[in-house]
Design a protein around this ligand. Sequence first.
Ligand code: ATP
Ligand code: MG
Length: 427
Amino acid sequence: MSEKLQAVKGMNDLLPPDSARWEWFEGCVRALMQRYGYANIRTPIVEPTPLFVRGLGEVTDIVEKEMYSFEDKMNGDRLTLRPEGTAGVVRAVVQHNLLYEGPKRLFYIGPMFRHERPQKGRYRQFHQVGVEALGFAGPDVDAEVILMARSLWRDLGLTDVRLEINSLGQPEERKAHRAALIVHFEAHADLLDEEARRRLHSNPLRILDTKNPAMQAVVEAAPKLMDFLGEASLKHFDAVRAVLDAVGQPYRINPRLVRGMDYYNLTVFEWVTDRLGAQGTVCGGGRYDGLIEQIGGKPAPAVGWGLGIERVLALLEDSGVPVPAQVPDAYAVVPDAAALATATVTAEALRALGRKIVLHGAGKDGPGSMKSQFKKADASGARYALVFGADELAQGMVAVKPLREGGRSQALRPLADVARWAAEISD
Ligand code: ATP
Ligand code: MG
């Protein structure tokens, strides 16, 4: 035997039965998107590296150290596995001129890649759901996307997620704040860690986002961006808050909420939980009115969020939310190889009527003993066994045998008229 190969560190296989959770979750997401009128978009996993450098900002965690980048061997192009979804969606929207017909509401589900230290809730391949509302300038749409996440928590049965919001204002307002920040941090340079000192002049705002507990005090005392916001920015923020208040959604204003990408302006928000330790942000987003122009499109406003599927599923598990099980209606037990063809014909007829049927798979030497087949039928979770025994087949019948408490009693049903009894074994 050759040496076993392993998956790349931080990149996980998703196996049954856990994958059932994922499918259920994705079903909830798709239903949610339809309720809000968001259409699905699917963009490539590989994008030109400059898209992220330009889109996310050069001095960000992602671009500085988390991207999986490589050179195309054929032509030397710089390529990157997408670390997030927004830049690619904006690239596609610009490339295909999608906003020509008016604003667009879009969503995506898919894998993202970041070279981070793997730990609980942090992986190198992880998965996001994202929404992007493009071409809308109004604060009502900021509130709309925030409330979509709230609806999702409700649909999933999650209660332990809190909303934090902030406003990053506009670039000029940030510039004034940035100057004040540099003055503050320069005055306390001895309290900064190496990373903060390096960012002091390149991206002082990101120092506020530090996870270093030793720097909490100096960060707490820093000038607040909110005090630098002009009238229009404050009005936008107040309008978002007014909608949240109107629908009774509580929130905390967190002046230190700055988000990891440079593209945000005005409203930013995160949905956080205390149940997942340090990896407590399950969903984050905000407005990015400058990004479309930055990627080469005609200037247009936009707002969106990204949600970490692994974290939401971990939260569901931690909160004990049950996931509807995927079980077959019936398991077809085939005592003798001679019955396999009839069993297949019957299973196909039942499946065509929408029943979920698992057919016992035969081995090299036939289907195996009844005992082992019934064991498998039981383990499948099916509520009925369909027994294709020789006696039953001779009468043109199949035995429908309940495997669970509360099922109907055992009965013979005609092979020739599956439609008459298919409903009996549905859930
Ligand atoms: P964090 O502060 O935890 O690193 P982030 O600000 O880098 O998060 P975003 O870029 O906003 O995260 O991505 C949106 C969501 O994607 C996060 O809120 C989180 O739920 C999830 N996420 C981000 N990075 C990872 C990762 N490496 N593994 C799993 N989930 C992730
Ligand atoms: Mg991160």
